[in-house]
Design a binder for this molecule. Sequence first.
Ligand SMILES: [Mn+2]
Length: 341
Amino acid sequence: MPFPSAPPETVAALAQLLAAPQRIAITTHFNPDGDAMGSSLGLARVLRAMGHEVQVVLPNEPPGNLRWMPGSSEALAYDKAKEACEQAVRKAQLLFCLDFNRPDRVDKLEETLNAAPIKVLIDHHRDPAQVFNLVFSDITASSTCQMVHDVLSAMGVAGLIDLEAANCLYAGLMTDSGSFRFSSTSPHTLRVAADLLERGAQPDRIHAAIMEDNTLDRLRLTGYALSERLQLVENGTAALIALSRAEHDRFHYTPGDTEGLVNYGLGIRGVRLSAFLAERNEIIKLSLRSKGNLPVNEFLSAHFEGGGHANAAGGRFNGTLDAAVALLLRELPAFLAKHPG
Ligand SMILES: [Mn+2]
């Protein structure tokens, strides 16, 4: 199959849904990242070029370093425009659900999402919920943006990917693959990236816009986390950073400020697993990364109501930060022993 994320029969079903102009809403997960925003805005642009009426609806506002994306300012965010978001989804004949696998990932938009008559999923997370009417699911895809490119190509409309849509889709490819270094980066990923460059995508500008947009507070929080809070456990095979609410406050934390922090631990010689725990609004959020065959998604689903990819997953814990760290440290030895490096 030339487009691995786009099975012909599913593509045909989608093409049928899009045969006449439709009112379409596109939504993505809470705390939208580069892949969520890139896939939503990139797909929106192409669907508009096909003659559809499209509104992007976000559970909450994207971080500042993604607002350069074409169409970002026209996207509605539920935390800013509740009524308008609900209305846009309610009047849509078709709802695209991008880069998430369960309705609760859209937070307060969940009820509205569930009521949508036709839901089309395009996503690369494991085990999608059974609520979607048309499902493009490929856990081997580096990003949802890569999948959107496959779906558009398979429908024969890749020619409608202009420079701006190409920039959106490239942004998701780049961010979800860790700038093309994670194991999810396949020959196909790079072929899709190449195609987007041929359509005008500007890798230098996209990288600068997303990666070189730090505030001084964010850099200082990173510096503090690395110098004061990073610890090695399990004989140096696991790294751990835990940040309290007070520590977030001290550096005037804004969403996105700790994005990527978990990856530093994985860069230490001998470390197979890196964990980041953050105390946020009555909940402890966990983010885990691993090298090689160490399925952190399984660990998080067993102990921290989480899931995700084998080498990159997230979870949560109800309780104190100290209790979350204690649970992690208690369960880690058995997990590491079960998956020897
Ligand atoms: Mn993604």
